[in-house]
Design a binder for this molecule. Structure first.
Ligand SMILES: C[S@@+](CC[C@H](N)C(=O)[O-])C[C@H]1O[C@@H](n2cnc3c(N)ncnc32)[C@H](O)[C@@H]1O
Length: 221
């Protein structure tokens, strides 16, 4: 990536982090769910395409993994379709908030919550894996920033390198990513893991003359 774009993305990242930090704690009504998002936990963001597509993708017979569950929104939406959902996050405050949100929305008996660094605590295989990863390659300064920063893309690389071992035959990954991260690096990881990618949705955003595109991909083998 050209150094000037990297410099502008750093500023974009810092501004977005400050806004997110100042907006918490929050009570959110979104897609029919009531979510309480405490300090230290990533709140649902974007135009909602990724989250809406989860409900379209998940079938009642699917076993679903929500990687990096944050407030639990993806797991809760998946649990509106499937009764076999596992939701994990490296941030223990996110795991606790997501579990409380599941109780609040009446789906706690359909989701198992675990603290996990990517797949470290995950067992078994899944029909659908959801992941809205941190987009930037910077070092996170605190638990909240783990939602947007993944130093040198360690988590993204671990996820893309190992995901195939956690998918059942015919399994699908719904992945959210944007050009506010290094999307060329993501494409290299997708190719190296021999996944086919389809674009299910795009969203354009311009802020301070920096334009970014967000994508929802479906990855299959
Ligand atoms: C962009 S947020 C997405 C949250 C939620 N899935 C959503 O759609 O709103 C990324 C999430 O990934 C989690 N995360 C970051 N690194 C992780 C890792 N190594 N293992 C598991 N989760 C991680 C963060 O704590 C955060 O909750």
């Amino acid at each position: 990536m050209p150094p000037e774009r990297a410099r502008r993305l750093r500023k974009w990242h810092d501004d977005a982090y400050r806004e997110m930090h100042d907006s918490l704690p929050r009570r959110i009504f979104h897609l029919g769910l009531e979510l309480r998002v405490p300090e230290d936990v990533f709140p649902p963001a974007g135009d909602g395409s990724f989250h809406r597509l989860i409900r379209d993708e998940v079938r009642p017979s699917d076993r679903v993994l929500d990687m990096g569950t944050g407030s639990g929104i993806g797991a809760l939406l998946a649990a509106s379709r499937s009764s076999d959902v596992v939701a994990v996050d490296i941030n223990p405050k996110a795991v606790a908030a997501a579990a409380a949100n599941a109780v609040r929305n009446g789906v706690a008996d359909r989701i198992r919550f675990l603290e996990s660094d990517v797949f470290a605590a995950v067992d078994g295989r899944f029909d659908v894996i959801l992941f809205d990863p941190p987009f930037r390659w910077f070092k996170a300064r605190d638990l909240l920033e783990l939602g947007t920063a993944d130093e040198n893309y360690r988590a993204l690389t671990t996820f893309m390198t190992n995901a195939v071992s956690y998918l059942r035959p015919g399994g699908r990954i719904l992945l959210h990513f944007g050009t506010s991260g290094d999307i060329d690096y993501l494409y290299q990881l997708i190719d190296a893991a021999a996944f086919k990618k389809e674009v299910l949705a795009t969203e354009e955003l311009t802020r301070e003359r920096l334009s970014v595109t967000y994508y929802v991909f479906r990855l299959t083998r």
